[in-house]
Write a protein that binds this ligand. Structure first.
Ligand code: BES
Ligand code: MN
Length: 445
């Protein structure tokens, strides 16, 4: 069976590749209100692809959210139902000058196909499409396709969609293709993801700007005060210094130093921060970064005490913690570390829960055996990721009986969200084969 499926995957691959290229040419940037029409066009293109496979599909949205596609195709009576998830929206491409080829023109160079969304996550859609195209009208399971349109902006209306379409989305197994593998040639199942808290803070020390020579030395400026607040957030080793955050045990995975150096983008000479194993720091401990600052520009800065300054805090929380706890502990810390009587105000931008998956049971057995076959005998590792897919917790809440498998096409050098995002084409073929084998195994149980 497996040799036959392998040959069929190879025969559908050129068509899938061209369908993926067509999807990638649509600029479905969900964060850009001016491209809402492109997100709609993208949903229509996705719907047309599944209609052509004999699915019955509809474009749905809830509470004015982005359009998602739900599509159904039946397998044999009594077979399990498998929900295949991916998202058709993409991150902004940002500065075109940073790209080596136009961001929305799929371009093959070396081992990869480069474009925004070529991996995250239009290749997830293409992988699902490939797996169902292989089976034609003989699907081994009932398939529900669920392709979301606002993952990259936090899946705000996903709970409403899950509630409104609960019956139509009900499944025994949920495959979420929005993560990746451990390395080129080494598959993985993602079994833990960090949660996320984003918060904007403002520190104020003056009611209006004043001359820095006249008042400096007596009156603190807001940038100095904000810097002290920010500096308090890590200890000298670089661990997050906020008390009361959860940290979990290390996964038993060794991330080799040379790979960390090559894949992380760290500049030469940079020290790692924090303590514990690398994967502990990346997957099961909290992390905190400053991702934006509002302050006067250096060019044109005058000799003035700046009255107020703002920063965006982006915090990752460990599996086992809750966003509610993390927000409360962060606020306590900020209040206790605001110097000189400055006023600190905070606004929560968004939060998302972490996930720890129980990676056992028949669906996981089927997935491990499918992945091992697709990667020619290399067994998948259980990996964590430091990034977040907050809606996994929502799927688990909505369908507590279902097994959730988190898979995907990304590899350590995919550069999702960055310039020169690229899909590794040989890995992509293995991902399609693995999903095909998985559906066959789930149907054979
Ligand atoms: N595909 C990523 C999640 C991910 C990141 C998986 C790293 C594997 C490795 C997803 O599209 C994403 O970027 N999520 C956001 C959170 C969301 C609420 C905007 C993130 O992690 O920043
Ligand atoms: Mn994604």
């Amino acid at each position: 069976m497996s040799d036959d499926l392998r040959a069929r995957v190879q025969s559908v691959l050129p068509g899938i590749r061209s369908d993926l290229e067509d999807l990638v040419r649509i600029e479905s940037v969900s964060a850009d209100p001016e491209r809402a029409g492109e997100v709609q066009r993208s949903a229509e293109a996705v719907k047309a692809l599944f209609d052509a496979e004999g699915f019955t599909s509809e474009i749905v949205s809830a509470d004015g959210g982005a359009p998602a596609v739900i599509a159904h195709k039946a397998g044999p009576a009594g077979a399990p139902t498998v929900l295949l998830y991916a998202h058709h929206d993409v991150q902004p491409e940002n500065d075109h000058a940073d790209w080596d080829s136009p961001p929305f023109e799929p371009t093959e160079r070396g081992d990869r196909l480069y474009a925004r969304g070529a991996a995250d996550d239009k290749a997830g859609i293409a992988a699902h499409l490939g797996a169902v195209r292989v089976f034609g009208d003989d699907l081994p399971v009932n398939v529900v396709m669920f392709i979301e349109g606002e993952e990259e902006v936090g899946s705000e209306t996903l709970p409403a969609l899950l509630a409104e379409h609960h019956e139509s989305l009900r499944a025994d197994v949920i495959v979420i293709a929005d993560s990746g593998n451990w390395d080129i040639g080494v598959p993985a199942l993602t079994t833990s993801l960090r949660g996320l808290v984003r918060m904007d803070i403002e520190v104020r020390t003056l009611t209006h700007a004043v001359h820095s020579g006249m008042w400096g030395g007596l009156v603190p400026d807001s940038l100095m005060a904000l810097s002290r607040v920010i500096a308090s957030l890590h200890d000298d080793e670089g661990n997050v210094a906020i008390k009361g955050l959860h940290a979990g045990p290390a996964a038993d995975v060794e991330y080799p130093e040379d790979r960390l150096r090559a894949e992380s983008g760290a500049a030469p000479g940079i020290d790692w921060i924090g303590s514990g194993s690398a994967v502990e720091r990346l997957w099961t401990k909290p992390a905190l970064s400053i991702t934006g600052l509002d302050a006067p520009k250096v060019a044109g800065a005058s000799n003035t005490l700046v009255p107020a300054a703002r920063a965006r805090i982006s915090m990752r929380i460990a599996p086992g913690d809750t966003a509610e706890n993390a927000v409360a502990r962060l606020v306590e810390h900020l209040e206790a570390h605001t110097p000189w009587g400055a006023t600190l105000t905070h606004t929560v931008v968004d939060t998302g829960e972490a996930t720890q998956i129980d990676a056992t049971g028949p669906a996981y057995d089927a997935a491990r055996s499918a992945f091992t076959e697709a990667w020619d005998g290399t067994e998948p590792i259980d990996m964590g990721v430091g990034g977040s897919i907050p809606f996994i917790a929502e799927f688990l809440d909505a369908f507590p009986q279902a097994s959730v498998l988190v898979t995907g096409v990304e590899d350590p050098d995919t550069r999702a969200h960055g310039a020169n995002e690229g899909l590794h084409l040989a890995e992509f073929e293995r991902v399609v084969l693995a999903e095909t084998l998985l559906l066959a195994k789930l149907g054979a149980e």
